[in-house]
Each structure stands twice: as structure tokens, then as C-alpha cells.
Ligand binder design. Structure first.
Ligand code: 13P
Ligand code: 13P
Ligand code: MG
Ligand code: MG
Ligand code: MG
Ligand code: MG
Length: 371
């Protein structure tokens, strides 16, 4: 029998500004999910935060895209928004872009990563929760986990992994997707996913012959694009991901290893800047400097045979990631000194909002042809 793991998140109010989620919102969401667990809708759940994003981690038997589970998440976000309004939190209800729920939270503002899986004898998973960045931030680390032998020793030395993996890549501009094989098509994969604001890894699948069924994902990333949803850019969609580990998949340490390098991602201040992704324990998932730098939290779980969430273990709460944090701070300083200049500030087409149209309008009579 299959179990579904759903991670659904939304920013329904920051405390203060865009820094973090107020504990009262977490409490409210817990009450809603706790009720659902009593009624048997959920097997288990955990509520947490990453910066100003309220994170719901749930297990159940309803499959992916279940109206019941999405409805529940929507209700939790609505109730938490009420609390955010009472407390006067910043941007209360920010990510709830529509008033009415119609069976699925996709397209309504929240971000979703879900997978329905046949539990292995032991099922270690990691849920990743990022703030102040976008889904493309996962391209580099997910690629390294499942395709880079310099990151994942198992690709070379584990016979079950040696054949590689399949990548489902979405073109989020054209709403198309393609499934590509690694390592055979590695350079083509990189040609796409290096353009991380457009091509994003949505899922990773095993190949034929792997002990895990070919149609069951081993990694999944949220790819909702808020600006497309709302018709204008209302926020970078701070993403989440679920990754399975061990036994023919990257080991836990191979899943975490890519984050030892704080690569540049877009987001940060006003969703309009490039900056390093800093791996942090939950207690430091509270962006402050220039509303950042962007943060990554990794929570480790074992799924029990009944589908219970045994965890979380706060995986970046470890001195092994101190150097990555130190390096991220160095890069933070270096990038900040560019002020309003690219490539710290994003190119115009990727900025969350911009004054440029207004500036051009004001100058339109003063522009003259160059002889
Ligand atoms: P301000 O409304 O304070 O500019 O915050 C920006 C914002 O919410 C962009 O996501
Ligand atoms: P969030 O997307 O985390 O709400 O941040 C928006 C922002 O404008 C930060 O400066
Ligand atoms: Mg947001
Ligand atoms: Mg916010
Ligand atoms: Mg956020
Ligand atoms: Mg954002």
C-alpha cells in the first residue's frame, strides 16, 4: 500500500517584515491539522517555518493532488491568516491569491511538493525548505545529488545507482516538460537547467531495473510561479522539495553535500537580487541582513511502516556546515557592495518589481536619437 508525503507551504504573514513566522500561526495550523489527524484524514503531520513561510509536512493515503489534503492545507493557511491579521503581521495572507478554494492549491499561491511512494523496508527522506529564493535554486543541488559523481560516490560505486536517473524538467514559461536521461544526456540536461529561472527540475525518477518502481519519484520540487498565477509578479515562490535517500539512492550525506557550497540563487531583498544560499538550522532560518541572505533548511525523517513521520532532525544544525555559512557571509558582503548594480541586482526581466517603466515614462521626451 502506498503512502503520500505532502509538503505544502505559504507565506501568510511575516514577523517582523519578511523575517519569520510568528509562533501563533504555527499553533493555529497545528490545531487544524491535528483535527484532521483525529478524523483519520492524515496519518501524521508536522508544522514548522522557514523564514516567513509556514510549512506543512503531512503523510496520508489520499495520493497526490488530493482535494481533501489540499483543502486542509488551504484551511490551515486561511486560519493562520486570521491570526496574522489579528496580530497585524506583515503581508497577512500574502500568498493566498484567490478567495475561493476549488479542489487544488496549485495556482492559488501556496507551493507544493508531493510524492506517492511504496515504502521501502526503511524509508529515509529529507524535506528541504527554502526562503528568499525560487524553485530554480534546487536545480544545482538536485543535479549534483542524482547526476554528479563528484558529489555522489554512489553513482560510481553502488551497482543499483550506476545506471543513473531520469530527470523531469519543466519549462515554466511555456508550460511544457521533458524527461531526460542521465548520464547519457547530461550535457543537454545542463544546457537547460543552467537557465534556472526558466527550466526547473520538477522530479527525479529511477530507471528501469532499479528496485524502486520506475514511475515513483525519488525527488520532487515545488514549481509554482506566483507571478503567472496572479497575472503580475507578487513574490518569489520560496520553494520546498522532498528527496528520498539510501538503498540505491544518494546517501543522506550525498543528499546534503551540495549545500556545502553556497551557490548563488535569485531572490533575497524584494525578490530582486542574487545571493548565496546559506544552509542553516531552523533557529537561524530567520533572514535579516538585506532580508537574507537566502536560507535553506533540511529536515531529516524516517517514515515508519504505518506512515508516521519519525523526526525531524535539523540536518544543517551541524558544524560541518559552518564553513558553508562562513563562505556565504563572505559572498554576502561581496555581492552587497555592488549595491543597485547587476549581477547583484537581477536583470530587469527577472525582478520582482521595478520602477523602470516609470523612469522611462518620465524621460521619454528627453531621449533623442544618437547621430
Ligand atoms: P514591501 O511591500 O514592503 O515593498 O514588501 C515587498 C514584498 O512583499 C515583495 O514580495
Ligand atoms: P518573501 O518572498 O519571503 O515574502 O520575501 C519578499 C521580500 O520582498 C523580501 O525582501
Ligand atoms: Mg513569499
Ligand atoms: Mg514575506
Ligand atoms: Mg518567504
Ligand atoms: Mg519570496
Amino acid at each position: 500500500e502506498k503512502i503520500t508525503i505532502s509538503v505544502i507551504k505559504a507565506d501568510v504573514g511575516g514577523w517582523p517584515g519578511h523575517s519569520r513566522v510568528h509562533p501563533a500561526l504555527i499553533e493555529r495550523a497545528k490545531e487544524v491539522l491535528s483535527e484532521a489527524q483525529k478524523e483519520g484524514t492524515l496519518i501524521d503531520f508536522y508544522v514548522t517555518y522557514a523564514g516567513d513561510d509556514l510549512q506543512l509536512i503531512m503523510t496520508h493515503k489520499k495520493g497526490v493532488d488530493s482535494p481533501e489534503i489540499h483543502g486542509l492545507a488551504w484551511e490551515a493557511f486561511k486560519k493562520a491568516t486570521e491570526v496574522a491579521k489579528e496580530l497585524g503581521l506583515y503581508g497577512a495572507g500574502q500568498d493566498l491569491l484567490k478567495d475561493a478554494f476549488s479542489g487544488n492549491v496549485r495556482g492559488l499561491g501556496p507551493s507544493v511538493a508531493e510524492m506517492e511512494i511504496t515504502l521501502r523496508k526503511s524509508e529515509p527522506i529529507v524535506t528541504f525548505h527554502l526562503d528568499k529564493t525560487e524553485p530554480g535554486a534546487f536545480n544545482l543541488p538536485i543535479f549534483r545529488m542524482f547526476a554528479d559523481p563528484f558529489n555522489t560516490a554512489g553513482l560510481v560505486i553502488d551497482p543499483k545507482m550506476h545506471m543513473g536517473f531520469r530527470f523531469e524538467i519543466w519549462d515554466i514559461l511555456e508550460h511544457k516538460r521533458v524527461i531526460m536521461n542521465s548520464p547519457e544526456e547530461m550535457y543537454d540536461i545542463l544546457a537547460l537547467i543552467g537557465a534556472k529561472s526558466r527550466y526547473v527540475i520538477k522530479r527525479v525518477y529511477p530507471k528501469e531495473g532499479h528496485p524502486i518502481p520506475k514511475d515513483e519519484p525519488v525527488a520532487v520540487v515545488s514549481t509554482e510561479k506566483l507571478y503567472e498565477v496572479a497575472g503580475e509578479y507578487v513574490g518569489k515562490d520560496d520553494p520546498v522539495a522532498i528527496v528520498r535517500a539510501q538503498s540505491g539512492l544518494p546517501a543522506l550525506g550525498e543528499v546534503l553535500e551540495p549545500f556545502a557550497f553556497p551557490h548563488l540563487v535569485s531572490g533575497w531583498m524584494r525578490g530582486s537580487h542574487n545571493g548565496p544560499l546559506m544552509p542553516v538550522p531552523l533557529k537561524y532560518a530567520t533572514p535579516t541582513r538585506f532580508d537574507g541572505p537566502p536560507r535553506a533548511v533540511a529536515l531529516g525523517w524516517q517514515i515508519s511502516p504505518e506512515g508516521k513521520l519519525i523526526g525531524p532532525v535539523d540536518l544543517f544544525d551541524d558544524p560541518a556546515f559552518d564553513w558553508a555559512r562562513q563562505k556565504a557571509l563572505e559572498i554576502t558582503d561581496y555581492m552587497r557592495r555592488h549595491g543597485p548594480f547587476e549581477p547583484h541586482r537581477l536583470p530587469l526581466e527577472e525582478m520582482e518589481y521595478t520602477t523602470l517603466p516609470g523612469v522611462l515614462e518620465k524621460l521619454k521626451d528627453r531621449f533623442e536619437p544618437i547621430e
